[in-house]
Design a protein around this ligand. Structure first.
Ligand code: MG
Length: 456
């Protein structure tokens, strides 16, 4: 298990795991990894600790001889995109994504705009753990440039146009999409109403996690204002979810199915295999729908980096996670909330249909999940116990997958138990055609994890 990196960069509570000391070491470590004379682009979300961590990170980078370009508050996918577009050696985003306000962290992107692969993280970890830092000579110390050279990212987003003037309610939740999303949607000709789009790292309006329970205000605004659609982003705008024109939350597995269908219909090469990369916690209904629409599903571990990797490896056309992270490799390989919301609107525009009609074709399933607190150091032994014990809880199992945690497919549903990659939690997810069956499976999963926690 890595000491610093989780499944989505380095993340934790500010003042505890995430400190200025760590930020400086990460900066110096990355400069050592990239070499003197290298250059990086850095952005941050709206968290109160962002500037503090940025300063320390930059100090570390400069002392290792790396040149830095600071673009300030900006969406994570924008930083990833600019790392490649501005020909940098890497991109760094200071963010804790959807985590509560006391958290912050660092996401690293390669010069290709792809999240650091495990081996690149491993190399940076090794430098940090062994203190094998390279301090640049005084003549080779890096430079700082505060810049607004963000136009390549905006150019990509401004390239959209629509037949209809769509009335859109946007809810960035005071996060990194606050400035960019309303600007982009107005520029491409939409009638925009923006909620919670003041930059505020306390996230006073709602939690930065874009889940149904947090989006009551947006749902009411969409139906009350007669809008066509509502869009909510997470704290760093790599995730988006949608509200239909009646003010109902669109289940993310169904949204995933719609994106897959759109990308399958957009593919012009009839001979190209239409590969869709989906993580192990995706609904079976989405799988079925993708297959029936002419796509081929590839299963991945949970985490956008694994989806990006699978898309690269298999030349896939779309990948997504049901938490609202959608990857469109035709544009770039980082999940992108603003790009995805434009693509969704493009699909509605082409189909000339409200979103509530389009999702009717995706089969229904009941999916439930819960999280149980578990210290990071206990996760391996808890998982060992769960892997040994869980299969024996069922009379008959159809398939057992160890791709990420343990997933057991049953005749009437499935259960997945896996450690969170970003928080001290175990996650239990189940799905069935009936709600009662999904909840029954969830109870079994909960009991097994709780037993494990008392045993280890
Ligand atoms: Mg995020």
């Amino acid at each position: 298990m890595k000491r610093y990196f989780g499944s989505s960069g380095v993340r934790g509570v500010v003042g505890e795991f995430i400190t200025t000391d760590l930020a400086m070491k990460l900066g110096l470590g990355l400069a050592t990894q990239l070499g003197e004379g290298s250059s990086v682009v850095i952005g941050r979300d709206t968290r109160t600790s962002g500037e503090m961590l940025e300063s320390a990170l930059v100090s570390g980078l400069l002392s290792g001889g790396c040149n830095t370009e600071l673009i300030g508050i900006f969406p994570t996918p924008g930083v990833a995109y600019l790392a490649k577009a501005l020909s940098k050696d890497a991109g760094i985003m200071i963010t804790a994504s959807h985590n509560p306000p006391p958290y912050n962290g660092f996401k690293f992107f390669s010069k290709h705009g792809v999240a650091f692969l495990p081996e690149m993280e491993q190399r940076l970890e090794e430098i940090l753990i062994s203190n094998a830092f390279n301090y640049a000579n005084w003549e080779r110390i890096g430079s700082v440039k505060k810049s607004n050279s963000t136009s390549p990212y905006f150019s990509m987003l401004y390239d959209f146009s629509f037949k209809k003037k769509w009335r859109v309610v946007l809810d960035p939740g005071c996060g990194a999409a606050s400035v960019v999303a309303p600007l982009v949607f107005r520029n491409v000709g939409c009638d925009v109403i923006a909620l919670n789009s003041q930059v505020d790292g306390h996230f006073p309006a709602r939690s930065s996690e874009p889940i149904k329970e947090n989006l009551q205000g947006l749902m009411e605004a969409v139906s009350g204002l007669g809008a066509d659609i509502g869009i909510a982003y997470d704290g760093d705008a790599d995730r988006m979810v949608a509200i239909d024109e009646q003010g109902n939350f669109v289940p993310s597995d169904k949204l995933l199915a719609l994106f897959a269908l759109f990308m399958i219909t957009q593919e012009e090469d009839p001979n190209k295999e239409k590969i869709i990369a989906l993580p192990i916690n995706t609904s079976d209904a989405t799988d079925e729908y993708v297959r029936e629409s002419g796509g081929k599903v590839i299963r991945t571990k949970v985490g956008d980096v694994y989806i990006s990797q699978a898309l690269l490896e298999h030349n896939g056309i779309f990948g997504g996670e049901p938490i609202g992270a959608w990857i469109h490799p035709q544009y770039h390989l980082c999940p992108d909330g603003i790009l995805s919301s434009l693509l969704l609107l493009k699909f509605l525009d082409e189909m000339d249909s409200p979103i509530s009609e389009l999702i009717k074709n995706v089969p229904d399933r009941c999916k439930v999940s819960l999280k149980i607190k578990c210290k990071n150091e206990l996760k391996p032994s808890v998982m060992e116990y769960v892997k040994k014990t869980l299969p024996s809880q069922f009379d008959a199992t159809e398939n057992i997958l160890h791709l990420d945690g343990i997933r057991i497919d049953l005749k009437d549903g499935w259960i997945l138990i896996r450690p969170s990659g970003t928080e001290p939690l175990m996650r239990v997810t189940t799905e069935a055609k009936e709600q009662t069956q999904a909840e029954k499976l969830l109870e079994i999963g909960k009991r097994v994890v709780e037993e494990a926690l008392t045993t280890v």
